[in-house]
Design a protein around this ligand. Sequence first.
Ligand SMILES: Cc1cc2nc3c(=O)[nH]c(=O)nc-3n(C[C@H](O)[C@H](O)[C@H](O)COP(=O)(O)O)c2cc1C
Length: 294
Amino acid sequence: MIKIDTLQCKACGICGNVCPRHILETIKENGQKTTYISKSRETLCMECGHCQAVCPNGAIALERFRNEQFPEHDSVDFDGEQILEYVKQRRSIRRYRNEPVSRELLDKIINVSRYSPTGTGKRVTGVIVVEDSDIIKKLSALVYEVYEGLDKGLRNPIAKQIIKRKIGNNLVSTLTDFVMPGMRWYIKWYKEGKSNEIFRDCPALLLFHNPVSEPMASENCLIAAYNAHLASQAYGIGSCVNDLIPPACNRNHKARELLKLPKDREIYASITLGYPKYKFKCSIPREFVDVQYL
Ligand SMILES: Cc1cc2nc3c(=O)[nH]c(=O)nc-3n(C[C@H](O)[C@H](O)[C@H](O)COP(=O)(O)O)c2cc1C
């Protein structure tokens, strides 16, 4: 619910202009401008907070927020070139020192990630922070079990057809051609006690979840995970987006229990984290296949 303080409001109309659904409207009647809330669109409010943040006169308040949650910005003194340099130095870090990441640093990384945009404007993303090595160990065993089962299924022509019907041809092709050839080695090395290549022997893990009913669940979680990945580097922590862990956790009821994942939610993105074991001294060329200006 939006409230307009009519004493403060100067009816400049900026709030309605930035509102994605034009819930606030400014009209001129008898030479006098007034801003009001459209009765027919009020229920469309996504509570994004833009109207409150942009109002130059502090005249708008959303019921779900407190005023002190809208502090004025300090100026930020970095430029585009510095951002370019930062993202060029960004790396997916898969090898970690055997050293825990403090709760304080994990909180800082999550604090950056929570400012991520969401598809419907709703704040429905949750994060499971796994910092207990015992839980990572137990979860690892369950995730490898899922992939071992999947490998057996995909090698059996009848089971493969059933899997295809369940998850679709495209995903089966990705699994068969991209995931499983590497995964068979991961399973072998894990069973031999050599390494844990799915979890990369990480000291900490962030799992981002959304309600299954959320239309942009996967995108919301991936963007939040990516921002956490970007932030972690700034705090001296290496991380890597990991798309092997979420589907296996979702499909295994013991993993869901271990993670206390609510029934109506699924994990759509994850990052492994830890202190980087190695330093990358050069950036790597990265190109788009094509950039067209039309
Ligand atoms: C959606 C997505 C999923 C990824 N999943 C994995 C993964 O499961 N395991 C992994 O080691 N790396 C994963 N990565 C990291 C990429 O493989 C990585 O970006 C790539 O190796 C390039 O390295 P860079 O990020 O340092 O540029 C993923 C990245 C993205 C964007």
